[in-house]
Write a protein that binds this ligand. Structure first.
Ligand code: MTE
Length: 337
């Protein structure tokens, strides 16, 4: 990725924060956690409503989103003991190459993205293909708040409260056939509203594509998000629909999705097509497999500055090993990076 990262020497082992404990009150920790009331969560994890978060810019949520908010399950999954990244940082330090390659470009340029009306196509190896207006696509799903770490391959990270629903629920709706082995996601291609797609210098062969193995997509942590910080997604964060897979590097979490296809072959994904030796299909967060040009052992947790770089050790699977490691048993993660 064309990136600006701190020199590896900026990382200091003494800055490392103790390993975090991961909490879920639903299926992720098994039956013993089921039914634990929201009130059992510590205060910092509780997000009863959007006003829980400071500095959230008011959005302009579509009616279907507003209607779902009262029944949302707040704090369905949380990260214990790690501060949530301020809204301003999460929305002004972005990667969304359709709107430019600098971190501030998406916030500046993504206002041109037209998110209403929005159509999502479901096709490929499914019993129930379809083409849906987003509000119809969303009808079956209850929103859950998922507070996840986001670890970018560029060695910075955040903690973001997403709002979405598990992809496993979508897969139940669309009924994958026996041939479906992978799920492929495609971002909108619209050079009129996406200046990065008009640029003659772009490395990317648009549209941006990402994919997961079907069993990865079925993991309860993998979600499709429509909101963050208790409101709809800001355009620069991938409105109106994006993927979030917290145990993988951020580039897997494709934004502004218009097409979801169930396929039999591993899809050709954007960054793997650009530099397969640097960005793999799996892209699991792995502190023991360095990027050819920098270490992945450490990360800079935003906000960070010159005098408080906020460096911490990167955890295997971004701290979600208990939930996802079994997906890769028997695989050589040095080869399948
Ligand atoms: N999706 C699209 N369509 N285009 C992109 O450039 N960048 C990826 C991912 N999804 C990207 C994308 C990368 S590299 C990261 S780290 C995350 O989005 C960043 O998400 P955020 O800006 O919401 O933090």
């Amino acid at each position: 990725m064309l990136i600006k990262i701190p020199a590896a020497s900026a990382c200091n082992e003494s800055d490392v924060t103790p390993e975090a404990i991961y909490l879920s009150r639903r299926s992720l920790l098994g039956a013993s956690m089921a039914g634990v009331a929201l009130s059992a969560l510590p205060n910092w994890a509780r997000a009863a409503d959007p006003s829980h978060y400071d500095g959230v810019e008011a959005g302009n949520a579509p009616a279907w989103f507003k209607e779902k908010l009262p029944s949302a399950e707040w704090g369905a999954v949380t990260v214990e003991g790690e501060a949530i990244t301020p809204f301003k940082d999460a929305t002004h330090y972005n990667n969304f190459y359709e709107f430019g390659t600098d971190k501030g470009d998406p916030a500046q340029n993504a206002g041109s993205l037209k998110t209403e009306p929005w159509t999502v196509v479901i096709d490929g190896e499914v019993g129930k293909p379809g083409r849906y207006a987003l509000e119809d696509f969303m009808k079956p799903y209850r929103l859950e708040e998922r507070i996840y770490r986001l670890r970018c391959v560029e060695a910075w990270s955040m903690v973001i409260p997403w709002m979405g629903f598990p992809i496993s629920e979508l897969l139940r709706q669309v009924e994958p056939t026996a041939n479906a082995k992978y799920i492929r996601f495609e971002t909108l291609q619209d050079p009129k509203t996406m200046p990065g797609q008009r640029s003659g210098f772009a490395l990317i062969d648009w549209p941006y594509v990402e994919g997961l193995r079907l069993d990865e997509a079925m993991n309860p942590l993998a979600i499709l998000a429509v909101g963050m910080y208790g409101r709809e997604l800001p355009s620069q964060n991938g409105a109106p629909l994006r993927l979030v897979v917290p145990w993988k590097y951020g580039f897997k979490s494709v934004k502004s999705i218009v097409r979801i296809s169930l396929v039999s072959e591993q899809p050709k994904t954007t960054w793997q097509s650009i530099a397969a030796n640097e960005y793999g299909f799996y892209a699991n967060v792995n502190p023991t497999v360095d990027h050819p040009r920098w270490t992945q052992a450490r990360e800079r947790r935003l906000p960070s500055g010159l005098f408080s770089p906020n460096i911490r050790s990167t955890e295997m699977f971004n701290g979600y090993g208990e939930q996802v490691a079994s997906l890769y048993s028997g695989m050589d993660l040095r080869k399948n990076y």
